[in-house]
Ligand binder design. Structure first.
Ligand SMILES: Cc1cc2nc3c(=O)[nH]c(=O)nc-3n(C[C@H](O)[C@H](O)[C@H](O)COP(=O)(O)O)c2cc1C
Length: 381
């Protein structure tokens, strides 16, 4: 029996072998922006674990827009080849792989998450790398401890759009199957969307239409350089988490616009605009963001990806069969168990056996299972 979780999904020419996506997770492990052995092993193990799609950590389109100093990058051609090695390994191991392209905007320059993730001072950023800077729609800091970002001129906006285009071209050259545009979590594009952080009086502000312009322009321009047969993902903070900030109804309007410029999948996350995300209208329980994916899917018809505390095979299956989403993404759960997809298959479709495990492991696991089954048969007597 093939369950919903293991139904393939075709989007444009990409066929995902199942509905399980590894969520983007920052590693702070790429000095100079270069992917390396860490990324090969870290992402490669998720391919061996049976994920349908693996999305890389937020990968900077420019050194200006790095979140942390050692963010992965695609801001120069030299970044292509190391990524290609990761991509090739993932493909050889049977999974698809996408790159999340991001620009940190006014949230550039923070410590690694294991060091607390706090903002660096402008002096610390300058010392690390003079190219690193905070920019945003308006001179409003991301929160206490964050410096005032430089308000972007139209020329600066155009430059960033060009950087996303170039990074997408490099992503194609590296062989990535998808690009996910990171429009969530308070980074550059979220800061343009939210009325809390965007007080511009030009075409990139004033009202919702203006605040959405950067997101729509970016998606449309990336779509134009990204091959037609490859799908485009977009991660949104469906609600940005700020009082009087960006909300669900705003997201529905934005998704209609993103669909019209060729975005295929909406990855439904939330929060991150400021450090005060207490205004989130949902408590952080299991599957806490699934209702966002459900609403976005039902009101726009777009393919949605649910994420956030999805930890159990049956829970994931229910999310799909109840029509809340088309894809489920796991983050921390994949760190806990990189073989989560194959274990979920074992839990839901025991009769599939080890058919989908890597050829180098499959026969040995079958022998092991026959042995375990014989032990339990003996103990039954
Ligand atoms: C270590 C770590 C790094 C993360 N880095 C990113 C990132 O680069 N881009 C992003 O959009 N979300 C990032 N996230 C958020 C995850 O993609 C995911 O949305 C979140 O962890 C909720 O899913 P989970 O409960 O399955 O972990 C990160 C999460 C973790 C745990």
């Amino acid at each position: 029996m093939v369950t919903a979780l293991f139904q393939p999904l075709r989007i444009r020419s990409l066929v995902l072998k199942n509905r399980i996506v590894i969520a983007p997770m920052m590693q702070h492990a790429a000095p100079g922006g270069f992917a390396n052995h860490w990324h090969l092993v870290h992402l490669g193990k998720f391919a061996l674990g049976g994920a349908g799609l693996i999305i890389t950590e937020s990968t900077a389109v420019s050194p200006v827009g790095r979140i942390g100093k050692d963010d992965a990058g695609l801001w120069e051609d030299a970044h292509i080849q190391p990524w290609r090695e990761v991509v090739d390994f993932v493909h050889q191991s049977g999974s698809a792989i996408g790159v999340q392209l991001g620009h940190a905007g006014r949230k550039a320059g923070s410590k690694a998450l294991w060091d607390g993730g706090q903002a660096l001072t402008p002096e610390q950023m300058l010392k690390e790398d003079p190219r690193w800077a905070r920019i945003g729609p308006s001179p409003i800091p991301a929160g206490p401890g964050w410096s005032i970002p430089e308000a972007m001129s139209i020329a600066a906006i155009e430059k960033v759009i060009g950087e996303f285009e170039s990074a997408a071209r490099r992503a194609d050259a590296a062989g990535f199957d998808t690009v996910e545009l990171h429009f969530g979590h308070g980074y550059l594009v979220t800061s343009f969307l939210s009325p809390v952080s965007n007080k511009r009086t030009d075409e990139y502000g004033v009202n919702r239409e203006g605040r959405m312009k950067l997101a729509v322009d970016l998606a449309s321009r990336v779509r134009a350089v990204w091959p037609k047969e490859k799908p485009l993902w977009c991660r949104l903070s469906v609600v940005d988490g700020a009082v009087d900030g960006w909300g669900e109804e705003d997201t529905i309007q934005l998704v209609h616009r993103l669909q019209s410029v060729g975005v295929d999948v909406i990855d439904c996350s939330s929060g991150g605009l400021t450090e005060q995300t207490h205004a989130l209208p949902v408590a952080r329980g299991l599957g806490f963001q699934v209702p966002f994916a459900r609403r976005v899917k039902s009101e726009t018809g777009v393919i949605t990806q649910a994420v956030g505390m999805i930890i159990d095979a049956h829970q994931a299956e229910d999310i799909l069969t109840s029509g809340s989403a088309d894809l489920v993404a796991i983050g921390r759960e994949a760190l806990f168990d990189p073989y989560w997809p194959l274990h979920a298959q074992w839990a839901l479709e025991r009769d599939t056996g080890f058919a989908d495990w890597h050829i180098r492991h499959k026969v040995w696991l079958e022998k092991r299972q026959t042995f375990l089954d014989s032990l339990s048969t003996h103990s039954d007597h």
